[in-house]
Write a protein that binds this ligand. Structure first.
Ligand code: CP3
Length: 355
């Protein structure tokens, strides 16, 4: 596996020196881009877009054609895994839903790990195709949902419930929740390893809802299973380390524990200062984040000011920082605002290093 020509992102994840802070954005391929909406309209539905490797490749590359981004992310969704488990993913006006949510003990006992080369073959094909299209320019990030975040969607089956069913089950039937989570952990380990074998350069675990748990429940129902996955991942391919990033939205209180789970980098949302986070865990892991995505809705002047503030807060000498938002790009973001952000990160972080 050859190193991409621009490997700044990979070096920053491993806390090696870089000339500037690399930047990519969660949801960089998405509905704020008119060309994404165009492709998506052609296909019809979002799941069909994910299931077409050539179109998934096309939309993954769209933001790279516009901006000087330092990484591409596989175009897919975290919910491909429960879909492949037979739950029947579809999208309503409100968001993702499952036709057969996990409500009965019997269904939970029957839950099985999907073959990543069987019903998830299309994801591996999208990895191969995107990696080929990138032609060694920048790294490709693979990803999956955390076992707990997947369980939130699998048990609720529809948006808007604040996870009441799953959280009730945690307290009434923890054995059933552990059964779901261990199946998810095994499924995600195999899924990410298949992505690595298909060519991704780094992997990220999205724990979007871990922050809704109590500290003790987070440790037992989310972190423990992410640690299990990280312990089972392929760590090196063709002599190159495959760095891993763990992002628990709302996990700012637990950074030390998350940093010790076996990942190379921590994703930070915007509720914690990146300088403070660095002082707490920066000797152990790289940090990725943490601009409030709402900043991109504001004026270019505000974007420049707030972007510089994150870089200043991280501080010198600046190794181990991957610039990102604290969550995904909002669909209401003007595309030209993203260019202001990306250019500011490159130019200002380069200047800070030259000081
Ligand atoms: O550019 C990228 O970041 C790569 C693709 C990507 C998508 N989803 C595409 C997508 C990634 C990495 C994800 C991860 C994902 N999916 C998460 C974790 C990150 C987070 O946002 O917390 C979660 C929770 C999901 C589940 C999901 N998928 C939701 C809740 C929704 C609906 C809400 C929304 O933002 O639309 C989706 C749909 C989705 N996933 C879209 C895209 C581009 C929009 C689909 C469309 O209507 O075209």
């Amino acid at each position: 596996m050859n190193r991409p020509a621009n490997d700044t992102f990979l070096r920053a994840l491993l806390r090696q020196p870089t000339e500037y802070a690399p930047v990519w954005l969660m949801r960089q391929a998405g509905r704020y881009l008119p060309e994404y909406c165009e492709t998506r309209k052609r296909v019809g539905s979002f799941p069909d877009l994910c299931k077409s490797p050539s179109l998934a490749c096309e939309v993954a590359l769209q933001p790279l054609a516009r901006y000087r981004l330092d990484a591409a992310i596989l175009f897919s969704d975290i919910l491909t895994v429960p879909d492949a488990m037979g739950l029947g993913l579809y999208f309503s006006e409100k968001g993702p839903c499952f036709e057969r949510p996990l409500r009965e003990e019997r269904a939970i006992r029957d839950l099985a790990v999907p073959d990543p080369h069987g019903p998830l073959r299309y994801v591996m094909d999208a990895v191969t195709e995107t990696r080929r299209a990138l032609a060694g320019s920048v790294p490709l990030i693979g990803f999956a949902g955390s076992p707990f975040t997947l369980a939130c969607y699998m048990v609720e089956g529809e948006p808007g419930s604040e996870f009441a069913r799953l959280k009730t089950m945690i307290y009434d039937r923890p054995d059933l929740v552990h059964r779901i989570l261990s199946t998810n952990a095994e499924a995600v380990t195999e899924y990410l390893n298949a992505q690595i074998e298909s060519g991704v350069h780094a992997v990220m675990l999205f724990d979007s809802w871990g922050g809704c748990l109590s500290e003790a429940a987070y440790r037992e129902f989310s972190l423990a299973y992410m640690r299990r996955i990280l312990g089972g991942l392929i760590r090196e391919r063709d002599g190159q380390r495959i760095p891993s990033i763990v992002f628990t939205k709302g996990g700012g209180l637990w950074l030390e524990e998350i940093a010790a789970c076996g990942c190379d980098a921590l994703g930070l949302d915007w509720t914690i200062g990146i300088g403070a986070a660095r002082r707490r865990v920066g000797e152990r892991v790289a940090l990725q984040g943490n601009l409030d995505p709402s900043v991109l809705l504001a004026s270019p002047d505000a974007i420049i000011r707030e972007t510089r503030a994150v870089l200043d807060d991280f501080g010198a000498p600046g190794t181990g920082h991957v610039f990102n938002l604290g969550h995904g790009v909002s669909r209401f973001t003007p595309p030209e605002h993203v260019a202001v952000l990306v250019d500011t990160v490159h130019d200002y972080s380069r200047r800070l290093r030259e000081k």
